[in-house]
Design a protein around this ligand. Structure first.
Ligand SMILES: Cc1ncc(COP(=O)(O)OP(=O)(O)O)c(N)n1
Ligand SMILES: Cc1ncsc1CCOP(=O)(O)O
Ligand SMILES: [Mg+2]
Length: 497
């Protein structure tokens, strides 16, 4: 009887909008250094951990579970135990996940009480509806794709998830073979959370893997979708620099913020003066933005000096920003140097190891590698060398090659991907590189995987060049507005073009 004499019936709000079951849902594996890898994934944004241990040794299962529960408790992360109700009770877990053969959710509810989370594995509409009716707080649904992590009898796929979505009012946690590259199909099908084992725990960098997967949920965010920070110089002419970056981010539908590294007196004919910003003030701008704005991706352009590059690298590390597109700006369109001599080595030593995607043009790739690049083979070799210098992915842009289509080569450490577009002969190309890199950072912030982000950015910048209009007496700017109107808010791209 409640204090006011009425029978209290505690209503657990299972409405999926208020549920904490969303985002990246990590399921543990049986590998070594499990707690260390799980903590890296938590640092990368994981907020739900499911302890899944199919081992027979109960004491060992409890010991590992206790360590993970304490970690999750320290970090404010939901800790769910798979299969075993007794273990869940012993560990005082936040919830339990039951398979179709692991017991009745109603019994689990009676044992765990109303405030705990109960998930149920489902594979069909019937199983999903039954779990919802039995009072589950969420359902696991799969498998989405083939997987090596478990013997699966049924591939429901994203299509199967889309088919049940309209009738399931509780969160749907998709599972099975999910990765950064196929995850968009699952999110677009309506999944509230992506349950993964190997995509994160078998990745050499679980922090980065979790971060990449977490970005996919921006696909459903309201506009402006995703937040991009540009760290670059100001182009008083408005065609390049932070001006081009902010136009790109905004017109493509994301939120843009900026940290200015240098002021240039610049127009379509060239640069007449440069004032570097004191590195301490670059740091102050970075603190102001990164301590408040939920920045998803970062794009760097003109960094001007070795001190500024070191400052930026240190701040990206301090705020653990890993989705960083580095456009290694060295020379302005008219030939003016935009970086001092000593800075190139600092860029290679300090910033490249923190670079998610490096986007050099041919002259920049030659300066960074010492190679002479005359064809695609040279572009590939440069990409390999830049990858070995620490850039996780490298996009060598072929615009400066004189013959044929404008071909860009993306190297992800294991494979090359070509992105081609007709070469457009125009002098109105001011801001091309800035715009291309900013568009990639924007699409990444919107939850496009890397290859799709590059492909869509290539389409955008090609249109911006094609639609460029003569402005001023020199190299006119690319046309961000008409290009954005042309490419619009399409669905995901299709990778190589
Ligand atoms: C969220 C989520 N969905 C499904 C599973 C599969 O659980 P598992 O115990 O591996 O297999 P079944 O008992 O469901 O057949 C899961 N762990 N998490
Ligand atoms: C536990 C489970 N249930 C259905 S598929 C699966 C394995 C998921 O592992 P991975 O994310 O490595 O495919
Ligand atoms: Mg089970």
């Amino acid at each position: 009887m409640g204090s006011n004499g009425h029978n209290l019936r505690l209503v657990v709000n299972r409405d999926k909008q208020d549920s904490p079951i969303r985002g990246v849902y990590l399921v543990t594996d049986h590998g070594d250094r499990l707690a260390e890898r799980v903590e890296a994934a938590i640092d990368g944004g994981v907020r739900i951990v499911q302890y899944r241990n199919k081992g027979k040794d109960r004491a060992q299962r409890y010991a590992v579970g206790e360590e993970l529960r304490d970690l999750c408790s320290r970090r404010g992360v939901i800790f769910i135990v798979n299969d075993d109700l007794d273990l869940a009770l012993q560990l005082k877990a936040d919830g339990i996940h039951l398979g179709q053969e692991d017991g009745d959710p109603r019994i689990a509810r009676r044992e765990l009480g109303p405030g705990r989370i109960i998930g149920v594995s489902t594979h069909t509409m019937e199983e999903a509806l039954a779990a919802q009716a039995a009072g589950a707080d969420y359902i696991g649904f799969g498998a989405m794709f083939p997987t090596n992590s478990k013997e699966i009898g049924h591939l429901a796929g994203p299509e199967g998830l889309a088919a049940i979505r309209s009738r399931i009012m509780i969160p749907i946690v998709a599972i099975g073979g999910i990765s950064r590259d196929n995850g968009p199909r699952v999110v677009d099908a309506g999944a509230d959370a992506l349950a993964v084992i190997s995509a994160v725990l078998a990745h050499p960098d679980p922090f980065l893997a979790a971060t990449e997967l977490g970005l996919l949920f921006n696909r459903r965010a309201p506009h402006p979708r995703g937040a991009v920070l540009t760290i670059a110089g100001s182009d008083s002419g408005g065609g390049a620099g932070i001006q081009a970056d902010l136009k790109t981010a905004t017109l493509l539908g994301s939120y843009g913020s900026s940290v200015i590294t240098a002021l240039t007196a610049q127009n379509t004919r060239g640069v007449s003066g440069i004032h570097g910003v004191p590195p301490s003030f670059v740091a102050e701008q970075l603190d102001a933005v990164l301590s408040d704005i939920p920045v998803d991706t970062v794009k760097t352009g003109m960094l001007f000096s070795a001190e500024i590059i070191a400052t930026v690298a240190d701040k990206l590390a301090e705020y653990r920003k890993r989705i960083v597109v580095v456009d290694p700006v060295m020379v302005a369109k008219g030939g003016a140097p935009l970086i001092d001599r000593g800075a190139v080595n600092v860029l290679k030593d300090r910033l490249m190891p923190r670079t998610y995607l490096l986007t050099p043009n041919i002259p920049e790739a030659e300066r960074l590698t010492g190679l002479t690049i005359v064809d695609e083979e040279g572009m590939q070799e440069a990409a390999r060398r830049l990858f070995r210098l620490g850039a996780r992915n490298v996009l060598v842009k072929g615009g400066h090659l004189v013959a044929g289509d404008a071909v860009d080569i993306l190297f992800d450490g294991s494979a090359f991907h070509r992105f081609t577009a007709p070469r457009i002969l125009s002098k109105n190309t001011h801001g091309t590189g800035c715009t291309y890199a900013a568009a990639i950072a924007t699409y990444l912030a919107q939850g496009e995987p890397l290859r799709e982000a590059v492909g869509r950015a290539k389409e955008f910048v090609t249109a911006a060049i094609r639609l460029g209009q003569p402005l001023g007496r020199g190299h006119g700017p690319v046309n961000h507005l008409l290009a954005a109107l042309e490419v619009g808010d399409q669905g995901p791209g299709t990778g190589d073009r």
